[in-house]
Design a protein around this ligand. Structure first.
Ligand code: BYC
Length: 469
């Protein structure tokens, strides 16, 4: 399963022995590179970036680090090692051998999910296109670029599946993945969150904490899939994904840390005074959290979903870490959930999106606990909280139900009037944007963020992670 780097498209899928597929992917490659040039990180083509590149798919030593110009990054196709005699772990096909080809009757269902997954990857690169121009440090700039090239690789992962398993339809979908654009009025990205602008680094850290974490849960559920190439692709993507969430968690942690330092220096938690010192006040951090968390909750789909039920039944998409459950069939199990009409009991299969959303919310809580501990240790009684899953929803049962962040019903008038208290207002955004000044001296940090505890790959924090040339 070693990766062949001597080929135009590095891969561990023996591409050289499938000339038709190789040609099709080599045809797509220049289109991807054109897209990267146009929609990828701005003004960065000449920069030498200290990047990790996948060189194997083993848990140990799977990546190498070194200076790379991003357009020369070796985007390739890497699937995790196959598991011998793997069987389908859930749904109606439980216990049957996994599929190496897509079963004809599940073709459109798999295609839809692979396209949706694939669509998010270039979308995030587009959303983050201009962030490099306002990086708070070279360390952060390198992390942004690392995330960007790996999202590009995750697009390759889905495009490989489309080309290898979906014939002409798949090739057309692969083209379309480069034609839709984040926020485009005529051809937007498929899922809501991926059309939201990320024009400041606080949003970037929120996105990598909350939205990449949806990625973790979705990839974990696809890593259970009965279609083995999809499962293996997602397993390897998860290895890379961990760093993206690390960027989010440590990023938010460093913003909170710097804010606490400033609050200590001035002996006040008055937001206006904290802002006057060039840091982000805690209530503003809370509002950014409210925005990105609620938007990311929508990415799990509706609470009650026949799509989710059929994906589970058909062996298309399981639950993250399916082995943690006892019942893998869920044929007659039920699930109780809260809807605006009251408590409802629905079939568990129909509630799979809600099951996943619940696990996701628990996972989101972990970082909150850490940040709140730092706030508490600094002697403040402010507490960052995740808003209720009913608040500000655009998908599912709670759409058009006005509630406050705690989930209490409020009138439509109050909901609209008070929204600027709950999510970033125009003036919050303008303030945060005003802090976004580019810092590119090795080891220096912008005034609104604390330095990281350590550098990348055992290098010091003041290493020149990006040579801008
Ligand atoms: N926005 O039955 P429903 C990542 C659509 S993130 C707009 O409620 P279903 C990453 C839905 O498509 C992970 N539309 O839900 C992170 C459907 O439309 P159609 C991405 C939405 O189908 C950071 C209709 O509403 N991966 O990797 O059970 C950086 C009814 O759907 C939204 C995946 O999402 C929304 N938020 O589940 C980079 C995995 N939500 O088909 C990368 C693949 C729902 O009727 N996708 N809709 O026209 C899926 O498994 C499912 O499509 C969803 C929706 C979980 C998204």
């Amino acid at each position: 399963m070693s990766i062949n780097y001597s080929e135009r498209i590095p891969n561990n899928v023996d591409l050289a022995n499938d000339r038709t597929l190789q040609r099709a992917l080599e045809h797509w490659q220049p289109r991807f590179l054109d897209w990267w040039k146009e929609m990828g990180p701005r003004d960065s083509a000449a920069a030498d970036v200290y990047l990790r590149t996948a060189i194997g798919v083993d848990a140990e030593g799977w990546a190498s680090y070194g200076a790379v110009k991003m357009p020369d990054y070796r985007w390739g196709i890497f699937l995790a090692e196959p598991v011998a005699d793997r069987t389908i772990g859930f749904g109606d096909h439980f216990g049957e051998p996994v599929w190496q080809q897509v079963p004809g009757e599940l073709r459109s269902q798999f295609r839809r999910i692979i396209v949706t997954q694939g669509d998010t990857e270039p979308a995030s690169v587009e959303q983050q296109q201009r962030l490099g121009l306002t990086c708070p440090s070279l360390y952060d700039l390198r992390n942004l670029f690392q995330v960007n090239v790996e999202e590009g690789r995750h697009l390759w992962a889905m495009v490989y599946l489309l080309h290898a398993h979906f014939g002409r339809d798949g090739r057309e979908e692969a083209e379309e993945l480069l034609c839709r654009h984040s926020g485009d009025v005529d051809k937007p990205r498929i899922l809501g969150t991926f059309n939201e602008p990320i024009s400041d680094w606080l949003s970037f850290f929120m996105f990598t904490y909350f939205t990449d974490r949806d990625g973790k849960f979705q990839l974990k559920s696809l890593a259970e899939s009965g279609f083995d190439p999809l499962a293996r692709t997602c397993r390897f993507m998860l290895t890379e994904e961990a760093h993206h969430m690390f960027v989010g968690e440590t990023g938010i942690g460093r913003v909170v840390k710097r804010t606490l330092e400033v609050m200590k220096e001035i002996g006040s938690d008055d937001p206006a005074r904290v802002r006057a010192q060039g840091a982000v006040d805690l209530p503003t951090i809370q509002r950014y959290m409210n925005f990105w968390f609620t938007s990311s909750l929508d990415l799990f789909g509706s609470e009650v979903s026949s799509n989710a039920a059929s994906s589970f039944a058909n062996g298309v998409k399981g639950r993250p870490d399916e082995t943690q459950y006892e019942d893998h069939i869920c044929g007659d199990a039920s699930y109780e959930l809260e809807t605006p009409q009251g408590r409802e009991t629905v079939s568990l299969r129909n509630a799979m999106n809600e099951v996943m959303r619940g696990s996701y919310i628990k996972d989101c809580e972990l970082g909150m606990k850490r940040w709140n501990m730092a706030i508490q240790r600094a002697g403040h009684d402010f507490k960052l909280t995740l808003p209720s899953a009913r608040f500000r929803r655009s998908i599912g049962a709670w759409v058009n139900v006005p509630t406050d962040p705690s989930g209490q019903a409020v009138s439509r008038e109050e909901y609209e009037r008070r929204m600027p208290e709950w999510i970033p207002s125009e003036s919050d955004r303008a303030f945060v944007h005003s802090l976004m000044q580019r810092v590119i001296e090795p080891g220096k940090m912008a005034g609104w963020i604390a330095p990281p505890d350590r550098g990348i790959n055992n290098l010091p924090v003041d290493y020149e992670y990006v040579k801008l040339n």
